[in-house]
Design a protein. Structure first.
Length: 103
């Protein structure tokens, strides 16, 4: 009988200690998700690009590699990059929004 009582008591203590930790973990998870949503929304904000240098920096930060050439176009900039693996990519950086397209 003592063995059963001590087993039940230890199980209750284990469960009582586990539930508060789950609540804390859930709160931390919820906070992480809300932070990710804020970061995602802020990354979608428009960032006007005012120079070829700024367009090159945006493209390079997104894709890495070395900037080969930047050309001013009607509504933005065409940026050519060479990656470490030797691949050359060309992207378009919109001047109004900073949005990068192409590859």
């Amino acid at each position: 009988m003592k063995l059963v009582f001590s087993l039940i008591t230890s199980l209750l203590i284990t469960f009582m200690n586990t539930f508060p930790m789950q609540a804390v973990a859930q709160a931390n998870f919820a906070a992480t998700i809300s932070t990710m949503k804020v970061n995602q929304q802020s990354s979608k904000q428009k960032v006007p690009v005012k120079s070829a240098k700024q367009a090159a920096q945006l493209a390079q930060s997104r894709f890495g590699g070395k900037v080969l050439k930047v050309q001013k176009q009607k509504s933005g900039y065409r940026v050519k990059l060479i990656k470490k693996n030797g691949h050359v990519i060309a992207v378009f950086v919109d001047a109004k929004s900073g949005r990068i397209s192409g590859r």
